[in-house]
Design a binder for this molecule. Structure first.
Ligand code: ITT
Length: 198
């Protein structure tokens, strides 16, 4: 049985400001207080897992243990079909220490050169961990294609090169409300909110 979340505060176990903004949008109506990883000075655990799920659980459990509070982590990334699912769990790492996503997007484009299939998906796995170690996982995925050159400056990360299926604008060109109707993160949060309502 899925454990229900009944609290009114939650620790956001992420150091990515783009994610913090989106999570606050998506969860704002349901949770009174968000405590950021920065506020608590939470350490950033090394992402040693081999799947999105492993890494989401690892980050959420580390934060719950360190803070003593229910903690939510988001592990996500861009999976490009013709690249065998890369950058995948290495999406943040492709941007290097300086978090240079211009460079990371260029790398995706370079690796795709000469390849016909430009289909890709954004994947999001949320893990909600309790201080007693228990954890629940929620997943979302949106299909689309890689476009070049990058378009739009409204999102973060790889948004400017990802065009969701059935749309003619990239995530980078969408207003947040529009992205939240279809995004991988929004889909995972829909499932999370279900258990909150119980
Ligand atoms: P935390 O681990 O602290 O949460 P991170 O940036 O390292 O932050 P991930 O390991 O999950 O997070 O890396 C996922 C990367 O994939 C992230 O840095 C983004 O660049 C990219 N990504 C995830 N969701 C995205 C979205 O909605 N739009 C654009 N890029 C996204």
């Amino acid at each position: 049985m899925t454990r229900k979340f009944e609290g009114d505060e939650i620790v956001l176990a992420t150091h990515n400001q783009g994610k913090v903004r989106e999570i606050a949008d998506l969860l704002g109506p349901y949770v009174e207080t968000f405590i950021s990883a920065g506020e608590l000075g939470l350490s950033e655990p090394e992402e040693t897992g081999s799947t999105f799920t492993d890494n989401a659980i690892l980050k959420a459990q580390a934060a719950a243990q360190e803070s003593g509070k229910v903690s939510l982590a988001d592990d996500s990334g861009l999976a490009v079909k013709a690249l065998g699912g890369q950058p995948g769990i290495y999406s943040a790492r492709w941007a290097g220490e300086k978090k240079d996503f211009q460079m990371a997007m260029q790398k995706v484009q370079d690796e795709l050169s000469g390849l016909h299939d430009r289909s890709a998906a954004f994947v999001c796995v949320l893990a909600l961990a309790w201080p007693d170690g228990e954890v629940e996982v929620f997943k979302g995925r949106v299909e689309g294609a890689i476009v070049w050159p990058p378009r739009g400056d409204k999102g973060f990360g790889y948004d400017p090169i990802f065009m969701p299926q059935g749309h003619d604008v990239t995530f980078g060109e969408m207003d947040p409300a529009e992205k939240h109707k279809i995004s991988h993160r929004a889909q995972a949060f829909e499932k999370f909110v279900e258990i909150m309502k119980g």
